[in-house]
Design a protein around this ligand. Structure first.
Ligand SMILES: [Zn+2]
Length: 500
């Protein structure tokens, strides 16, 4: 009986312990299900109690270890000895026994989780290992080498001490080294693309200083190297200290070659310069001499000589005017082409004439804007007159020309010096009809017919006064020269025929 009671006691203690554990195990789920699952819980309770009783009975047969035993041992720990109060029977009735084991055993579930975790870790280690231990081929300045796949450009550069490349130095105006760094940084390229690196000279006070101390600009560490990357590493360029520059103009010269009716510009003039540098750090003063060579004006002078034909160029100056129309009519009737050297103010006054000259196949060029003696103008006045004369032709006819016939033929070295960027040629004449003397149409005609030669440039006028004698003389001049075998060409055509 005493054994039975003792057993009873331990049984009660076991149940109490189970109650505590199970009370703790009642999850929110269970609570939620309580209403709908009440009957099931009760059934479970009954079944469990029955099973428990059966287990009790079997215990008499000295069945070794059982779930209750383990509960008992937990109970022993929780409730030390006799001081533990006897559990109430009513509580015993309400005790919820452990639920049935789930269909899927817990150890299986845990095993799956464990396997998954191990697999994930293994995969991670594998990926890291693959990128870390795998080697790829790259070439640096043309030399191939193997590097770990996760090597950055920064690490490669650091490990190889920038492959011997050095940052540029800061040098004085005389070429002395002021600082071994301070020039341009080492230049890195990956597959031709320049990797912007930190400029050591511009970050003196920045937090990058510590990284620069390693010699590897910080941003290189973020550059990953693709397989077969072509890497180039070049030393940075030296940089000259900041300095003041004192410039002196070195003027160009004017070179006029040869003799003839056509002056054609081969090269426009451009001033050069010499410099004296004063270093802001070193204080050195260095004469750098001529740093920009001047470019001379070069003019080639010649008289075109057509080789395979017999031509003359009729030229009319000082128009357009009211006399230009009748002259254009005669040229049209005779089928002859001429060149008109127009005054800019006349072009502005007779734009229709300017347009007609162009429309009927004649050449128009400039005879200045106001017909000054150009040798009496200063540089600014000359440039203004020539510019306006060319602009007026452009406005009147749309023609852009840089050909000039200087009034009175006065155009020398200084005039070329001042205007070689405005004009490209200056055209004189070889046969003067002296129409300006107004000796009469026959005299004008005789002068033209008697002095003409192959390649002659004949001077007449369609403006600047009464030109009725020119109009009267022109038909006879054209017919007479044709009778001598001449054809009429423009100045551009004549120049093109030189030697041909
Ligand atoms: Zn003139």
């Amino acid at each position: 009986m005493s054994r039975k009671k003792g057993h009873r006691n331990s049984k009660s203690k076991g149940k109490a312990a189970a109650r505590i554990r199970l009370a703790n195990n009642v999850s929110a789920d269970d609570k939620d299900k309580r209403t709908s699952g009440q009957i099931a819980v009760n059934e479970s309770h009954e079944t469990a109690a029955d099973r428990h009783d059966r287990a009790d009975d079997k215990r008499d047969d000295s069945r070794p270890i059982h779930q209750d035993d383990s509960i008992q041992s937990v109970s022993a720990q929780d409730t030390p000895t006799q001081s533990s109060p006897e559990p109430d029977a009513s509580i015993e009735e309400l005790t919820i026994e452990p639920r049935k084991p789930r269909k899927l055993p817990r150890w299986t579930f845990h095993s799956i989780i464990a396997v998954l975790v191990v697999a994930l870790v293994a995969a991670g280690v594998g990926v890291w290992g693959y990128s870390h231990w795998r080697h790829i081929a790259v070439s640096v300045n043309g030399t191939e080498q193997q590097v770990r796949a996760d090597t950055t450009l920064g690490k490669l550069a650091k490990d190889n001490r920038d492959f011997g490349a050095k940052p540029g130095r800061l040098i004085s105006v005389s070429g002395k080294v002021l600082k071994s760094t301070g020039g341009e940084p080492v230049v890195y390229r990956v597959n031709g693309k320049k990797i912007a690196s930190v400029d050591a000279t511009k970050h003196k006070t920045s937090k990058e200083n510590s990284k620069e101390a390693t010699g590897v600009p910080a941003n290189l560490n973020s550059v990953k190297l693709p397989e077969n990357a072509r890497i180039s590493v070049k030393s940075g360029k030296d940089v000259v200290e900041k300095h003041d520059i004192q410039r002196t103009v070195v003027p160009f010269n004017v070179i006029i070659n040869g003799h003839g009716v056509i002056q054609k510009l081969r090269q426009a003039g451009k001033d050069g310069s010499s410099e004296v540098w004063t270093g802001k750090i070193s204080g050195e003063r260095v004469n750098k001499g001529v740093v920009t060579q001047p470019q001379d004006v070069i003019v080639d002078t010649f008289s075109p000589k057509p080789a395979s034909c017999k031509v003359v160029a009729l030229t009319f100056d000082d128009g357009p005017s009211q006399y230009s129309g009748p002259i254009l009519d005669i040229l049209k009737e005779k089928g002859a082409k001429a060149t008109f050297f127009d005054i800019g103010t006349g072009s502005a006054e007779y734009p229709q004439m300017e347009q007609r000259m162009v429309a009927e196949g004649h050449q128009v060029a400039s005879h200045s804007n106001t017909h000054p003696d150009m040798k009496k103008l200063n540089a600014e006045q000359l440039r203004t007159d020539i510019s306006q004369g060319l602009a007026n032709i452009k406005t009147a006819s749309g023609v852009t020309t840089k050909m000039l016939r200087a009034p009175y033929g006065n155009f020398g070295v200084d005039q070329w010096r001042y205007t070689s960027d405005l004009i490209d040629s200056n055209v004189i004449w070889t046969v003067d009809t002296q129409d300006w003397k107004k000796l009469g149409a026959p005299e004008i005609s005789d002068a033209a017919l008697s002095k003409a030669y192959n390649g002659a440039v004949i001077l007449m006028h369609d403006g600047g006064g009464d030109r009725s004698q020119d109009i009267a003389a022109l038909p006879g001049i054209i017919d007479g020269l044709r009778g001598q075998g001449y054809e009429f060409v423009t100045i551009d055509q004549l120049i093109a025929m030189n030697g041909k």
